[in-house]
Ligand binder design. Structure first.
Ligand SMILES: C[S@@+](CC[C@H](N)C(=O)[O-])C[C@H]1O[C@@H](n2cnc3c(N)ncnc32)[C@H](O)[C@@H]1O
Length: 237
């Protein structure tokens, strides 16, 4: 679906009404080229034409990012990476905390994954009203205790830049140190905080990294999927 099919300039782009359907997209609609790709293919990213195209592309992506956020989607959920990610999960049980409207859980359930999702709904009234799938109301840290016997993997996607993600990881490490964390967000930047990144140790896993490499970010956003756990030398902090 191209919301910007008939747009020619910035005024047109800003006038478009965007309604995000409650369906998981195949992939992120991209309107900007990667400068490195352009250089690699011998194109100069700096011709007047491509510069203007890039500027209009940025505006389209910015508007789409806002629209998806309003529809409750921060980590961009698309089949492109969710399908191989679901294969990597296999028959393991998953807990997603701070799941928001539940887009990722919604997609994973469609792939048959056994997943529970929680959120304290503190952001609910901001943007969206109904979740897309069952998301239980619970604080993220308390959820670790509630589901500690029923998870093999923990997902945290786009937590706010406060200490919650760190506290969740710390609690998980106390009660289920064997459970790996799938983190979706920026490494430093607009998700989680320095305590989290100072204590998160990456786990290398080829199959996971293959799925993660298919994840797409909006222009100017540097989020990604990371697999990890709490660093062992931080256990006592
Ligand atoms: C930026 S949104 C991310 C939502 C979703 N994971 C995504 O990527 O689209 C952050 C979510 O964290 C939730 N949240 C914030 N603090 C929380 C806490 N202490 N316990 C549970 N959920 C919390 C908010 O209600 C909000 O839905």
């Amino acid at each position: 679906m191209d919301f910007f099919k008939n747009t020619k300039n910035l005024t047109d782009i800003h006038a478009v009404q965007i309604k995000i359907p409650d369906e998981v997209p195949d992939e992120m609609p991209k309107y900007t080229a990667d400068f490195m790709d352009m250089l690699r293919s011998g194109q100069s990213p700096m011709t007047d034409e491509s510069f203007e195209e890039q500027m209009l592309g940025h505006s389209k992506e910015y508007r789409l990012k806002e629209a998806y956020n309003m529809a409750g989607m921060y980590a961009f959920v698309s089949w492109r990476w969710v399908e191989p990610f679901a294969e990597w999960i296999g028959n393991r049980k998953v807990l997603e905390v701070m799941a928001g409207r539940g887009w990722l859980t919604y997609a994973l359930r469609q792939k048959g994954i056994d997943i529970a999702a929680t959120d304290n709904f503190s952001w609910k009234a901001r943007e969206w009203v109904e979740t897309l799938t069952q998301v239980d109301e619970a604080d993220a840290i308390e959820s670790i205790d509630i589901f500690k016997e029923e998870m093999d993997i923990l997902i945290i996607a786009w937590p706010y830049m406060d200490n919650t993600a760190y506290q969740v990881m710390k609690r998980l490490n106390e009660v289920r140190p064997d459970v790996p964390i799938v983190y979706i967000g920026e490494m430093g930047g607009c998700t989680a905080d320095d305590d989290f990144w100072g204590s998160f140790e990456i786990i290398h896993d080829e199959k996971f990294e293959k799925a993660a490499s298919l994840y797409q970010s909006w222009f100017g956003i540097h989020d990604n999927l990371y697999l990890g756990k709490m660093r062992s030398d931080r256990n006592e902090s």
